[in-house]
Design a protein around this ligand. Structure first.
Ligand code: SF4
Length: 436
């Protein structure tokens, strides 16, 4: 069981789906993204962002809008088709697409025929080398027709936003989806060929008790989710105005949240799931668990991944692309994104060129998050040695020579320990969620 040290968790820290993080992005030199794509030789991954949902949940901090306004959706998809053509025209001959992920929002908020048109466009424009296809889905709009489309597109990995099975919590977060709906969705996905199915669950929800969380985890395991992500709800209504629908008084406190995270970890590992970091879990047969065993787990903008490629090209408004030397984000404003993309231009004018220092620090942060240990280069060891003392004194981490190891009790402190290597956090502390 983990021990709660509130003073060590007091500072909000990034999730580190990249280093530097998106909070540290600034204007990019003109032509940066075009040059990076033109130099993307070898295996690459693609990500397509669909910023629409049929219904907007109160807690959601994503860049998404209601899909009911059809003209907006159609104009956005036209721009996305244009961006597919523009990106493909810039790729060099040797590029090979190995992974394609659709995220959002909810990709199944668009029409199935619109989705298949995107799939066809990817086939037509890119050098696809038997890629692995994945998708994020909202069970509330996962129709039988969508089940057919999953099979037709060859999607084998899916992630469903389940969050909780407790109906009183669902009501409080504006996301009502009975268990029968989840079961029906699973049947459709499995019949469509999905072999790796992730459930996103949440703790720290309004009116949620530890018992509610355990019930949801038990249901998840019985329904056979191959992967489970258990995220803490981040209540930041000053940044996400729709969260004002959730009164702060209904939320579990920091210590209760910590206990819930600990219970989730104990429950899932006791029921056959392998822990990935402190909040992700996978059954041993799942590619994510295999990546942990083989030491090949990585972090990218989608979180933990077994994707071995180092180039991820994001398409769609606000999508982020990652290259060894560059992180670049498309325009977040749908209107500007549509205008630029419609002109055959790429909208990623924001991001950061990764320096050698960034790569060094990013490598340590990624190793800590993915493998719970890292070899520290002498310059970083000297910098953090004293700041590690509270963590080693509390039995959360050990430093042996230049090897930093996060101990089992230190798992919930991983992001805080990783943040010690983040030179940008020493300068600025923007709004991040709490570490747990
Ligand atoms: S379905 Fe997902 S992306 Fe859409 S509003 Fe709800 S939480 Fe946000």
């Amino acid at each position: 069981m983990w021990t709660y040290y509130p003073e060590l968790l007091a500072k909000p820290v990034p999730r580190y789906t990249s280093y530097p993080t998106a909070a540290d992005f600034g204007p990019l030199e003109a032509g940066s993204i075009e040059r990076a794509i033109a130099g993307a030789d070898g295996d690459i991954s693609l990500y397509l962002h669909i910023p629409f949902c049929e219904q907007i949940c109160y807690y959601c901090g994503c860049n998404t809008g209601a899909s009911g306004k059809r003209a907006r959706v159609e104009a956005y998809l036209a721009a996305l088709h244009q961006e597919i053509a523009t990106v493909a025209s810039l790729l060099p001959e040797g590029a090979r697409v190995r992974r394609i992920a659709f995220g959002g929002g909810s990709p199944n908020a668009i029409e199935p025929r619109e989705f298949m048109a995107l799939v066809d466009s990817l086939h037509a424009h890119f050098p696809l080398y038997a890629p692995s296809w994945s998708i994020e889905l909202d069970p509330r709009s996962l129709t039988a027709e969508w089940g057919g489309v999953i099979g037709e597109a060859g999607i084998t990995r899916a992630s469903m936003g389940v969050q909780t099975f407790a109906s009183h919590c669902q009501k409080a977060i504006g996301r009502e989806q009975p268990a029968t709906m989840i079961v029906r969705s699973i049947d459709r996905l499995r019949a469509g060929g999905v072999t790796s199915l992730n459930f996103d669950l949440m703790y720290g929800l309004p009116h949620q008790t530890t018992g509610d969380l355990i019930d949801s985890l038990d249901m998840t395991r019985k329904l056979g989710a191959d992967r489970v992500a258990v995220f803490g709800y981040a209540h930041v209504p000053h940044l996400v105005p729709r969260q004002t629908m959730i009164p702060e008084s209904t939320l579990p406190g920091a210590e209760a949240r910590f206990a819930m995270a600990a219970e989730a970890h104990s429950f899932l590992t006791a029921h056959g799931y392998n822990a990935i970091g402190f909040d992700h879990f996978a059954l041993p047969h799942d590619p994510m668990a295999r990546a942990v065993r083989h030491g090949t787990l990585q972090r990218n903008f989608q979180g933990f991944t077994d994707d071995p490629t180092v180039v991820l090209i994001g398409m769609g408004s606000s999508a982020i692309s990652g290259f060894p030397g560059l992180l670049a984000q498309n325009d977040k404003h749908n209107g500007r994104y549509r205008m630029l993309s419609g002109q055959g231009r790429l909208s990623a004018s924001h991001g950061i060129a990764r320096s050698a220092q960034d790569r060094l620090r990013g490598g340590v942060i990624e190793a800590l998050l993915c493998r719970n240990e890292a070899e520290l280069p002498p310059c970083l060891l000297a910098e953090v040695r004293d700041r590690l003392i509270p963590f080693s004194q509390a039995g959360l981490a050990t430093l042996t020579g230049n090897r930093l190891t996060i101990l089992p009790g230190g798992l919930p402190y991983t992001r805080v320990i990783a943040a010690l290597f983040d030179s940008y956090r020493q300068v600025t502390q923007r709004a991040f969620s709490s570490a747990i």
